[in-house]
Design a protein around this ligand. Sequence first.
Ligand SMILES: [Zn+2]
Length: 263
Amino acid sequence: MGFGVYLSYHDVCSNNFEQVREHLKNLQTDIFPENPFALMVVIDPAPQVLSRPNFSYFNQNSLKMPQKEESDQAFASFLKDQKLLKSKILMHGLNHYSDSYLRRSRVGVKANQWTSNEAEFAGLDVNDAEILILKAQQKWKELNLPDCDGFVPPTWHETPGLYLKSFELGFDFYEARQMWYYKSDGKVQRKRVLPMSFWGQSLQEFQRSLFWNKLLFRLAKTFRISIRLALHPSDFQEDRQADLLKFLQYIRSNAQGLSYPSF
Ligand SMILES: [Zn+2]
């Protein structure tokens, strides 16, 4: 595997998938028709996170939340359609929210302060992490979702040994903040990837994030270190969409190998 930008869309769930489908339609037909995405699925998002920008965004022109509760069946068939387009479907936690009843290391507590309690697996005892993953796998089965291609802890904050635990629980691929772990020839292999995502509560901050990401892209290309790009619903807000699409077109014109690999 040489240099590439790997495409992913984060925090996909049964509450926002219609919005996500609209965003993907554009990308999958116009900008990256030959480069499948990885969809990071939150199986049972906590009510506290559903109205946050990383899950959805308020469309100020329509004066209503674009998301609504959809049947689990419709969500499952959306993911199956994505599989037909060769997208990878990865598990991205159970609730994407850290419950206070679980004990965490000091690092895990800090990670949750930084992320408004979205670092679900940060600093957990690995046995507690296992219980959360088993619950998520159970729910995945109940909802009849397509085969799962890997595990990505929410916010990429983890706990020591989490990648080994996820392999034990049947995953073949694990994404940490700056590293991929995967099985090859019966051994766990690693590949370094640079994280890229967008941020900003205001349009100006968002544009600044595009600027820094363009610099990061040029550096990564020079040193041939692959990038994994994480998109979220908030990146597609009306006033940001044109700049975002221009940036993605720039990526497409300057990078190769854009889909998550099969291990
Ligand atoms: Zn997430």
